[in-house]
Design a protein around this ligand. Structure first.
Ligand code: GLN
Length: 303
């Protein structure tokens, strides 16, 4: 290709550069040019024959090099669309996935339109799930937690950016700092990829925080913790919804079915309400498939 000079030629050039490293090379090239040049989608068409100034060219070349080296587009633009909300993302947060919209969609079918409803979003990351639910249901009250303060700062920015006044953020390792609070609904997209999974060394996930992706060698560790501890933290008939790996459906179902509180390994603040928990169990356990027809979400109701 002769040296690019116009906007459309630069897109062609960048798409070619990214061909080897991205399966959405052309789209990446366009998104990144919009980002560095402050263009809209329409500008890319209307201004196709415009010449790019040198400053813009070098900024574009720099992001294209980073993309070639594997940095996800969302970390380069600092933004990702989820449930029609433009969310800030940084390397401290997972990049929200389209399949997680299934969790939001399902939660919304279970949340009454008008009533007050207490929800906990555990491991909120960028706040994607909490923001989407809060936006759709202004009457709910959401506590969004994360172990990572850096992630919570991003969640807080997203909450403010979208003017949501029904979410509060709490730094907490799962339920650790939530005391005896009980909820009508608990939602979570916890880390569920086993640390030896080869997918962790490929593509965008290489740049995402381990804390958000993997609980260690056993991909079910955090799911198990959340399913067991939620027994204490759900109100009667409250719902727990968890995202999980496509190959974890049976094990997750087993965790929901097999879970009764033994009283062992329970943190002291929870012990008081534990006495009445020994007969609590999950009912109506259901698993739903994602856009790719893979089992992705399991939810159930507390007795
Ligand atoms: N769905 C993500 C992936 O496959 C993992 C997200 C998570 O662990 N919660 O990479």
């Amino acid at each position: 290709m002769s040296n690019p000079t116009t906007l459309s030629q630069f897109i062609n050039w960048a798409a070619e550069q990214l061909q080897q490293n991205s399966d959405s090379a052309r789209l990446d090239a366009k998104i990144l040019l919009c980002h560095v040049g402050h263009y809209s989608d329409v500008d890319l068409i209307l201004k196709a024959d415009q010449l790019l100034d040198q400053e813009l060219v070098s900024a574009y070349q720099q992001v294209i090099t980073k993309r070639q080296q594997g940095t996800p587009v969302a970390y380069l633009t600092g933004q990702k669309e989820f449930w029609s909300l433009a969310l800030k993302v940084t390397a401290d947060t997972l990049i929200p996935r389209p399949e997680t919209e299934l969790l939001v969609e399902t939660a919304l079918t279970l949340i009454p339109e008008a009533n007050c409803f207490d929800i906990a979003d555990l491991g909120t990351g960028s706040g994607a799930i909490a923001c989407a639910i809060a936006k759709e249901r202004p009457n709910v009250k959401i506590i969004a937690t994360d172990k990572s303060l850096a992630a919570l700062a991003v969640a807080q920015e997203n909450i403010q950016r979208h003017g949501l006044n029904n979410i509060s953020v709490v730094q907490s390792d799962w339920f650790e700092n939530l005391g005896n609070q009980q909820f009508d609904m608990i939602v979570s997209n916890p880390p569920y990829v086993a640390s030896e999974d080869k997918n962790l060394s490929e593509g965008d996930v290489r740049f995402e925080p381990d804390l958000a992706l993997t609980p260690g060698t056993n991909g079910l560790k955090d799911l198990k913790h959340i399913i067991q501890q939620s027994i204490t933290h759900l109100k009667t008939n409250g719902y727990l919804l968890v995202e999980h790996g496509y190959d974890q459906e049976q094990q997750v179902r087993q965790l929901f079915k097999g879970t009764t509180k033994s009283g062992k390994n329970v943190i002291p603040t929870e012990r008081r309400i534990m006495q009445s928990d020994s007969r609590r169990a999950y009912k109506n356990v259901s698993c739903l498939k994602d856009l790719n027809d893979k089992p992705r979400l399991t939810y159930a109701q507390m007795t």
